[in-house]
Design a protein. Structure first.
Ligand code: GCU
Length: 671
C-alpha cells in the first residue's frame, strides 16, 4: 500500500522472508509482563503492535511466563541484581535465558527503551537468539525543543504548522500527540519543550497550563516529560507586578507560587527553558542583574520539585568592534561556579548560529563547574529548509568528537556534555525539532533521519553516522541491501555537498537575510553590524575570510593552546575551517595544490554537480522504495539541483568582483 511517510521508522511491515519470520516467531510466542505501571503497559502494547506487523501474528500478553519458554519477558529488576547492576536508571539489558528473551532494567522506562531496541533488531533483520544487548543513555535530559507559537506557526519550521492545537486543548486530544510520543520514546527522547524560546507569557496562565497538562498526560506513559519556555517578565505581564527583577522578593514569590501551580496540574513537570537578554528578549540584565541571578531565581522556585532550568547561552550584543563569536563566552565564563545546582546552561554547537559547519563552541571545556547542555538544530534553518537533503548526523558527530583539550588530549565535546570530563552532576542534549503538521512530520522525508539521528546520538554519542543511517533506512525506506547501501552513501555525503555549493572552506553566514534561505553574500546593510554578511566574509581585493587570530579578533584565544595551534595558521588549519579563522589571499596556494580562488570556485561547481549525482543515485533505488516517498524525494532533489546552481552562480559572481580572477577552466562552459 502507498506510504505517505506518516509511520516514520515505526513501520512494522511484514517481514517478507518466511523462514526469517518463522525464526523470529519461535522466539516471540508470547509476551510476559506484570504491567503494573502505565509505562510497562506501553512497552507491552508497543511490542505487541510491532510483532503483529512484522510477523503477521497476534502475540498474546500474559502477566507472567510461568513455565513457558519461547517468549519475551518484560520486567523491571530493582538493583542489586546482576542483570542491571552496571546500568543507569534508564539503561536496558536484553538477554536470552532458558529459552526466553528477557528485557530488563531498573525502571519501567528502561524496559520501554529495551523493548524498542528489541523491535529494532527485528526491523533491521538482526538475530534475536543468544542475545546480550546492554545499553545505558550517556546523557540524562534528551529533549526536543519546539519553536512553536501559540498561533500555530513554528519559528524556523518548514513542515507545516505546529502539532499542538492549542485552541482544541485540553478537551480534544489529537491522536497525533500519541504517535509523536511513540516516535520519541522509540529513540530514547525523554522530554519535550513544547513552546518557542521566544516565549509567549500565556504559557504561564492557568488557561494554558491546563492545555499543557493535557499533552503531558498523553506523553507520560511514554516516559516523556513536558517542559516550558519562559518569558522572563511574566511576573509583570501576566502577574501584574511592577517588576520582574529576579532579586525582588515579590517576584521570587510569584515564581515560587507559579511553580507550585504548575506542579499541581503537571506533577512530573520537567522544568524551564529560558532565552533571556538575547535578540531583543527581555531578561535579568534589564534590571542590572546577571544570567546567574535570573537562572538561580527560577532554580530556587523549582527546588522543592524535580524540575531543572535550562538557561540558554545564545547571546550576542550589537558591538561594531566586537566579534559575535566571542560574545557568549565572554558573558558566561565569569559566572562559572555561580549557578544553582539545578541549572544547565544550554549552548549551541557552534559560536554563531547553526551554520552548515562551525568550530565547536568555545564554552565547551571552559565551564568545568557548570553543566553545559548541547543544543543542536534539527530543523534545517540554514541547511535548505525542507527542500535540500542534508543528513545532519555527520555535523553532530563532528562537534561531539572535537577535542577541546581542556584536560589534555581526548577531552572531547562529547565528554564535556556527557559529564565524564568535569563530573557534571546533570547532563543533557537538546534538538530544535523539525516536526510539523505535514503528513510525513518533517516535510522532507529524509528529514526524519535527522530527528532519528538526534535521538540515537543523545542516547549514545559513540554511534557512527553510518550505523544510524543504516538503521534508519532499513526501518523507514527499504531493506533491499543494494538500495540501503546507495541511500546511506547518499546521506553520508549530503552535508559536505551542501557545504560545497553554499559555504565552502568555512565561509559562513552569507544566506538570505531574515529568511535564511538562498544566497545573499552581498548584504551590507542591516540594523546591526553582525547581521551584515560582509561582516562575516570580509571579502576584498586581497582575499576572503574572518581573521580570528591575534592579528584580527583573536577569538581563537578562547580555545586551549592545542586548539589554537590546530586552527591558528593558514597552513595548519584544515580547509573546512579555513575562512572561519583566516583572511586568506585569493592567490594563496592551498594543500590541494590550487589557489584559494580556484579551490573556492571549484567547490561551488563540484558541489552543484554533486546534486546531479544525488539525483542519479536516488533514481537507482526506485524499485526498492515506496512510490509516494520516492516521488516526494525525487521532486525535492529537483528543487535542490536548481537551487544549488543559484547558490553557485550567485556566490561565484559576487566574489569574483573582489578576486578579479577567471573561473577555473573545467567549469567555464555555460550550462
Ligand atoms: C536563530 C534563529 C531565530 C531563533 C534564534 C534562537 O537566530 O534565526 O529564529 O530565535 O536562533 O536560537 O534563539
Amino acid at each position: 500500500h502507498a506510504d505517505d511517510g506518516y509511520r516514520l521508522w515505526l513501520k512494522y511491515d511484514l517481514i517478507k522472508d518466511a523462514a526469517r519470520r518463522d525464526g523470529y516467531a519461535r522466539s516471540a510466542q508470547f509476551i510476559a509482563v506484570n504491567a503494573s505501571s502505565p509505562i510497562l503497559q506501553t512497552a507491552a502494547s508497543e511490542l505487541q503492535t510491532g510483532l503483529q506487523g512484522l510477523l503477521g501474528k497476534s502475540i498474546p500478553v500474559n502477566p507472567n511466563a510461568g513455565s513457558r519458554t519461547g517468549g519475551i519477558i518484560l520486567s523491571v529488576s530493582p538493583a542489586p541484581n546482576a542483570d542491571v547492576q552496571t546500568l543507569n536508571n534508564e539503561g536496558y539489558r536484553i538477554v536470552s535465558r532458558q529459552n526466553n528473551i528477557i528485557v530488563t532494567g531498573k525502571t519501567a522506562a528502561a524496559v520501554l527503551y529495551g523493548t524498542f531496541a528489541l523491535l529494532r533488531q527485528l526491523q533491521t533483520l538482526q538475530p534475536i537468539t543468544n542475545l546480550t544487548l546492554t545499553s545505558s543513555p550517556k546523557v540524562q535530559y534528551r529533549l526536543l525543543n519546539h519553536w512553536d507559537n501559540v498561533n500555530g506557526t513554528i519559528e524556523r519550521g518548514y513542515a507545516g504548522s505546529s502539532l499542538w492545537k492549542w485552541y482544541e486543548l485540553p478537551e480534544r486530544l489529537d491522536p497525533r500527540y500519541r504517535d509523536y510520543a511513540r516516535a520519541n520514546a522509540s529513540i530514547g527522547i525523554n522530554g519535550t519543550v513544547v513552546n518557542n524560546v521566544n516565549a509567549s507569557p500565556r504559557f504561564m496562565t492557568g488557561e494554558y497550563l491546563k492545555k499543557v497538562a493535557a499533552l503531558a498526560n498523553v506523553f507520560r506513559p511514554y516516559g516523556i516529560k513536558v517542559y516550558l519556555s519562559v518569558y522572563f517578565p511574566a511576573p509583570r505581564t501576566v502577574g501584574g507586578l511592577k517588576t520582574a527583577d529576579p532579586l525582588d522578593p515579590q517576584v521570587r514569590k510569584w515564581w515560587a507560587d507559579k511553580v507550585k501551580e504548575i506542579y499541581s496540574v503537571i506533577p512530573d513537570f520537567g522544568g524551564f527553558l529560558v532565552k533571556a537578554n538575547s535578540e531583543g528578549e527581555p531578561g535579568p540584565q534589564d534590571y542590572g542583574r546577571s544570567h546567574a541571578d535570573g537562572a538561580n531565581m527560577l532554580a530556587e522556585a523549582l527546588a522543592p520539585y524535580d524540575g531543572v532550568v535550562m538557561w540558554r547561552a545564545f547571546v550576542y550584543k550589537a558591538d561594531p568592534k566586537g566579534d559575535r563569536f566571542k560574545a557568549a563566552y565572554e558573558e558566561f565564563k565569569p559566572y562559572d561556579g555561580q549557578f544553582n545546582k539545578k541549572v544547565l546552561v544550554q549552548v549551541k554547537n557552534g559560536p554563531i548560529d547553526f551554520q552548515v559547519r562551525e568550530p565547536f563552541h568555545p564554552m565547551f571545556g571552559a565551564m568545568p563547574q557548570t553543566p553545559l547542555m548541547m543544543e543542536f538544530q534539527l530543523t534545517q534553518e540554514y541547511l535548505g529548509f525542507a527542500t535540500h537533503m542534508v543528513y545532519e548526523a555527520p555535523l553532530f558527530k563532528e562537534t561531539l568528537e572535537s577535542d577541546t583539550y581542556a584536560k589534555g588530549k581526548g577531552s572531547t565535546v562529547a565528554k564535556v556534555v556527557d559529564g565524564s570530563l568535569h563530573g557534571y552532576p546533570i547532563t543533557g542534549m537538546a534538538g530544535v525539532a523539525n516536526t510539523g503538521s505535514d503528513r510525513n512530520w518533517t516535510g522532507h522525508t529524509m528529514g526524519q533521519a535527522n530527528w532519528y539521528a538526534f535521538g540515537r546520538l543523545a542516547w549514545d554519542h559513540s554511534l557512527t553516522s553510518e550505523a544510524i543511517a543504516d538503521e534508519w533506512v532499513k526501518m523507514t525506506l527499504t531493506r533491499d541491501p543494494q538500495a540501503v547501501k546507495t541511500i546511506t552513501g547518499l546521506m553520508l555525503r549530503s552535508r559536505e555537498i551542501y557545504a560545497n555549493y553554499t559555504n565552502p572552506l568555512g565561509v559562513h553566514h552569507i544566506m538570505g537575510y531574515g529568511i535564511h534561505y538562498g544566497p545573499e553574500p552581498w548584504l551590507d546593510k542591516a540594523p546591526r553590524p553582525d547581521w551584515r554578511h560582509t561582516y562575516y566574509h570580509r571579502a576584498d581585493s586581497v582575499g576572503i575570510g574572518f581573521d580570528r587570530t591575534a592579528t584580527g579578533s583573536n577569538a581563537l584565544s578562547l580555545y586551549t593552546p592545542e586548539v589554537q595551534k590546530q586552527w591558528g595558521t593558514m597552513e595548519a588549519c584544515p580547509l573546512p575551517y579555513l575562512l572561519w579563522f583566516h583572511h586568506v589571499p585569493w592567490t594563496k596556494r592551498l594543500s590541494t595544490g590550487r589557489t584559494l580562488w580556484d579551490e573556492f570556485t571549484t567547490r561551488y561547481y563540484t558541489g552543484a554537480d554533486s546534486v546531479r549525482w544525488m539525483q542519479q543515485q536516488w533514481a537507482q533505488v526506485k524499485p526498492a522504495v515506496d512510490p509516494e516517498i520516492f516521488n516526494d524525494v525525487a521532486g525535492r532533489l529537483a528543487v535542490q539541483q536548481k537551487e544549488a546552481i543559484w547558490w553557485r552562480d550567485a556566490c561565484v559572481l559576487y566574489f569574483q568582483q573582489f578576486a578579479r580572477r577567471p573561473i577555473p577552466a573545467p567549469f567555464k562552459k555555460p550550462e
